[in-house]
Write a protein that binds this ligand. Structure first.
Ligand code: PLP
Length: 313
C-alpha cells in the first residue's frame, strides 16, 4: 500500500485521498491517466523513472481532448512525481499512476463547465503478464474504439471498458492477452499494449491512425530496432492473418514491457518460441529502463540524490 498521494495540490496520506460517489469522473469516466514505470537499479542504489516527460506530454494531450485545463506543465508534473516517489522511499520496481478527472459532484454528462482535479499515486509493481517469454493471445470478438467515437490516442479512463471487455474475454477463454481489431478489421493493438510483428526481417506495426494509443514504448522500440539492430521498421495496416504467418510477434507497453507472443488463436507464431528479434529488443529494453545503458541514460530520471562517492582512504 502506498503511504502518500498527491491530491488536490498537496502530498497527503493515501487514506485522505478520497473522492465522493457523486464525482463526475467516477460516474461518467470523464478522466484521463498515465501509467509510468520506475526501475530499481541495485548497483547504483537508484530508482529510475522511464520516459517521465514523454508520459506527461501525452497526459496533457489527453487532458486537452477532454477539454481540461490543468494548471501544470509537463515539467512541473514530472517534478511533483519525483517528489512523491521520493517520499515513498521505494527501493523496488514501481508503477506510477497520474490521473486527471472532472471533479464536480453533479449529475449531467458533458465536458464543459466542470472543474478538473489531478492526483498521483505510486505502487510497487512487477510483471503484468506472467509468461513474458511466450504469451498466448487471441483475436478479440470486441472491436477497438474509433477515433470518432472514443479517441484511443487519449488515455481516457472511461475508454478502458473496451480494454477490460477484450482482456477478460481472452483470459476467461484461457489466453493471456487479446489482440483487438479496428472496426474495419485491421490489427489495432493489444488490450493495453501496442503490437509488432516481424515478417521477412522487417518490423511492422500499425500506424497511429489505426485507433491505437500512441505508445511511448512503441516509439522506443521503433528507435532501438532501427538504430541498434539495423532493422527496417514499417508502420502500415496489418491484416489479422498476417499474425498467423508472422515470424515473430510481440506486445509492448509500459505495463507489459516487451512480451513475446508465442501463440495466436492457438497457432504457433514462427517457431512458437522466443525469436531472435524479440529477444534482442527485450534484452536491450530491460537494460535501458534500469539505467544500465549510458547512451540512453537520459531517458531515465533518477528519484534519489546520487550515492556519494566513497572518500579516498
Ligand atoms: C491501450 C493501450 N495501448 C498501448 C499502451 C502502451 O503505451 P505505453 O507504451 O505508452 O505505455 C497502453 C499502455 O499504457 C495502453 O493502455
Amino acid at each position: 500500500m502506498p503511504k502518500f498521494a498527491f491530491f488536490k495540490g498537496d502530498y497527503v496520506p493515501i487514506q485522505d485521498a478520497k473522492v465522493s460517489i457523486m464525482t463526475h469522473g467516477f460516474n461518467y469516466g470523464t478522466g484521463c491517466f498515465e501509467g509510468i514505470r520506475a526501475y530499481w537499479n541495485e548497483a547504483e542504489q537508484q530508482l529510475y523513472i522511464f520516459k517521465l516527460l514523454d508520459h506527461y506530454e501525452r497526459f496533457l494531450h489527453s487532458s486537452r481532448i477532454l477539454l481540461m485545463n490543468l494548471p501544470f506543465t509537463a515539467a512541473q508534473l514530472a517534478d511533483i512525481t519525483v517528489e512523491l516517489v521520493r517520499k515513498e522511499g521505494y527501493r523496488e520496481d514501481t508503477y506510477i499512476r497520474p490521473l486527471a478527472y472532472k471533479a464536480d459532484e453533479v449529475v449531467g454528462v458533458r465536458l464543459h463547465n466542470l472543474h478538473d482535479e489531478f492526483a498521483i499515486f505510486a505502487i510497487p509493481f512487477g510483471r503484468y503478464i506472467e509468461s513474458e517469454e511466450g504469451a498466448s493471445a487471441t483475436v478479440s470478438s470486441w472491436r477497438r474504439i474509433d477515433d470518432n467515437a472514443v479517441p484511443a490516442r487519449a488515455k481516457i479512463t472511461g475508454a478502458y471498458i473496451n480494454s477490460a471487455l477484450a482482456k477478460t474475454e481472452a483470459v476467461l477463454n484461457g489466453f493471456d492477452e487479446a489482440v483487438v481489431l479496428t472496426c474495419d478489421g485491421h490489427v489495432s493493438e493489444g488490450s493495453a499494449e501496442n503490437l509488432f510483428i516481424v515478417r521477412d526481417g522487417v518490423l511492422l506495426t500499425p500506424p497511429v491512425t489505426e485507433n491505437i494509443l500512441e505508445g511511448i514504448t512503441r516509439k522506443v522500440i521503433m528507435e532501438l530496432a532501427q538504430k541498434e539492430l539495423g532493422l527496417e521498421v514499417v508502420e502500415r495496416p496489418i491484416d489479422r492473418t498476417e499474425l498467423y504467418v508472422a515470424d515473430e510477434a510481440f506486445f509492448c507497453g509500459t505495463g507489459v514491457q516487451v512480451v513475446a507472443i508465442a501463440h495466436i488463436d492457438r497457432r504457433p507464431v514462427g517457431t512458437g518460441k522466443l525469436g531472435p528479434v524479440v529477444k534482442a529488443l527485450r534484452d536491450l529494453y530491460f537494460d535501458i529502463v534500469r539505467g544500465q545503458v549510458e547512451k540512453y541514460k537520459h531517458w531515465c530520471t533518477p528519484v534519489y540524490a546520487p550515492a556519494r562517492e566513497k572518500a579516498p582512504a
